[in-house]
Design a protein around this ligand. Structure first.
Ligand code: PLP
Length: 395
């Protein structure tokens, strides 16, 4: 008999059993009307999860990275300029993708652990009198550093500069877990994947396009075939795909997006915040620092925890897997070996999180860090108790 522990990586997340069952379905004819009973609720629910009344949703058999490519290739032309901040591994990879597509880049180098500097974006956009910049990229939640950037502030910066560029937001590790406001923030393309807030296996790129972004796709000249939203849109009109859809995953998405809406988005965000805050209390009790430079940047889906100078943070992740069968996330890129990450998104409870914190404590103690067993767990317990009691009183 082998027993499975929950994972504490920042995606793929743990899956509720009924979501897993929804993915496991018999083959259906994806060109029959039955497929429409899966596709249409997916599109409708995802639009609601992104908080939009009018976004066009497209779902590709792919991952978040394919969502980035969908955003770029459908809206831009060779030689167009894109503004982006590099403040972690995922913003770095999106910039790299732009460069490989022959786009001109205006990159704001930003220390890892900081958020996107909206004021700097405003200066650059104001100076771009000829409107050469066609798109502004923003990674809402940098999964590498546990940093949430203020997308509303970026929209305000763009408006203050009076600049017509489109706003593309990577919400891969925020959508469905943290507040994401497609309409309020004037987002033109939002990108996510199935394996984070939607609690599914990896395998779907999920994107939302504003009317402006759809209009831009009519004249955009970057080459695209698999990710062409025009082909996909024509398919959807007939409840079909231009190729074979990932029907099981989409049936899972219909179910899991329904679960999020049934719980209520604000309740989902509050749950993520509570669990995350417990982790942060534990980190403080351990005497360690988060990679995120300021509390206003703290992510509710992942915490990147700095270990003392000279200590290899990756050894915690390797040790946890080997000795206790528990998965944490390693540091990536610039912060490799300097941080380990605790993912706290998706299907997770306070009690599951406490087991993760207890495991992290055992690992750090095993590896010689000065951690008092139970110290972080107790801090999180206190927080969860008081947050639960407060919620009861408020109800
Ligand atoms: N963007 C962010 C913020 C991510 O966290 C990830 C993956 O973890 C990606 C993009 C890439 O997504 P995928 O691995 O689904 O291609």
């Amino acid at each position: 008999m082998s027993f499975q522990n929950p994972v504490f990586i920042p995606g793929p997340t743990n899956m509720p059993e009924d979501v897993r069952k929804a993915c496991d379905m018999p083959t259906i004819d994806h060109r029959s009307p039955l497929f429409g009973t899966i596709l249409q609720p997916c599109l409708e629910n995802v639009r609601k999860v992104m908080k939009s009344d009018s976004a066009r949703i497209f779902i590709f058999p792919s991952t978040g990275t394919g969502g980035w490519e969908t955003a770029l290739s459908n809206t831009l032309s060779p030689g167009d300029t894109v503004l982006a901040a590099r403040n972690g591994m995922f913003s770095h990879r999106w910039i790299d993708m732009c460069q490989r597509h022959g786009l001109g880049m205006h990159v704001v180098e930003t220390p890892w652990g900081e958020g996107i500097p909206a004021a700097r974006y405003e200066e650059i956009l104001t100076a771009d009198k000829e409107h050469k910049i066609k798109a502004v990229l923003a990674t809402h939640n940098e999964t590498a550093t546990g940093v949430r950037s203020d997308i509303g502030a970026i929209r305000r910066a763009m408006d203050a500069a009076g600049h017509p560029a489109m706003l593309f937001v990577d919400g891969v590790s925020s959508i469905g877990s943290m507040d994401f406001r497609f309409d309020d923030w004037g987002v033109d393309v939002a990108v996510t994947g199935s394996q984070k807030g939607f609690m599914l296996p990896a395998g779907l790129a999920i994107v939302g396009f504003s009317e402006r972004a759809v209009a831009a796709s009519r004249t955009a000249r970057l080459p695209r075939t698999f990710f062409d939203i025009a082909d996909m849109g024509r398919g959807y009109a007939a409840n079909a795909y231009p190729y074979t859809p990932a029907v099981g995953l989409m049936n899972g998405l219909k179910y899991s997006s329904g679960l999020l809406l049934e719980e209520g988005l604000e309740a989902v965000f509050a749950r993520h915040h509570r669990i995350a805050e417990g982790v942060r209390r534990a980190v403080q009790a351990w005497g360690l620092q988060l990679c995120a430079a300021d509390p206003s940047l703290y992510s509710d889906t992942v915490s990147a925890i700095r270990t003392p100078e000279g200590f290899d943070a990756t050894s915690i992740v390797a040790h946890a897997a080997e000795r206790y069968g528990v998965a944490f996330g390693t540091g990536l890129g610039e912060v490799a070996g300097k941080v380990f990450r605790i993912g706290h998104l998706g299907s997770l409870t306070d009690v599951m999180m406490l087991s993760g914190l207890a495991t992290a404590e055992m690992c750090m103690a095993d590896l010689g860090l000065e951690i008092r067993l139970g110290s972080g767990v107790a801090a999180a317990q206190e927080y969860y108790r008081s947050a639960r009691a407060g919620a009861l009183k408020a109800a």
